[in-house]
Design a protein around this ligand. Sequence first.
Ligand code: RIB
Length: 306
Amino acid sequence: MKKICVFGSLNIDMTIFVPHFNAPGETLTGTGMSIFTGGKGGNQAVACARLGAPVKMIGCLGDDANGGMYYDTLVKEGVDVSGLRRCENITSGIAFIEVVPEGENRIALAVGANGLLTPEVARDSEAAIAECGVYMTQLENPLEAIMEGMRIAHDHGVTVVLDPAPARPLPDQIFGLCDIVTPNETELNILTGMPTDTVDEAVAAARSLIARGAKLVLNKRGAAGVLLVTADECRMIPGFKVEAVDTTAAGDSFNAGLAVGLADGLAIDDAIRLANATGAISTTRLGAQPAMPTREQAEALIKAQA
Ligand code: RIB
């Protein structure tokens, strides 16, 4: 299997399980609390490692106790941490997450050391990026660093997967550096300013990203599955039926399954099935990284619902 490189964010997730999302000014008593290692980049890296892929993480942790705890977790999970920076006099990223009984979440983020990821960090990792088969990135770090990493990967012919989360309007150039963009419906709407509620609307919005340079758009549509859109084809690849308890990091898990499938040489439809299964299983367990499945578990779900 080819190597995977993840360039992105690392947060400590403070998750409170609440009966409902609280209203402004309301003090709400939760039913439990957990501290998980999270952040979209770290989640993708750990999910790739759980699926059995060789994966390198490039990102920034603070010099606080949380940073040390996160570093040790990545080592234990088998992630290559040689691209990690421990930044001085700053805290690691923190996410406050509320999860309701239906499994939906709300996240508030303090980026901390993630804000110190620079284009120089990407350039320092050029040799490591060049030897990977798949390069994954997201939007929780400064855009100039994200784009520099993508440019390096793109110039070396590495397959670039952009998870445009948390979504924000982006410059056109970024899409020309992407092989695959994986927005959910809300993210696709924010990226394009176009409606995405129906499949026809989502196809039109995805095609507008293709006009801006993206080669393949995979629109994650929750339990319904994934809408694959290129310049000349569009089709749905159905998802899997599971009982969701916490959807945190479902998108990160999806992207990891996709990257592992591609790094393993699977055809795109099979890689998307692995992605769908990885994302679906992650929603059946609490937390971000504790919820990530092994390759055997993901393949068992694919087989069970074939
Ligand atoms: O995608 C889920 C992640 O978003 C959480 O782990 C949290 O840290 C935020 O980055």
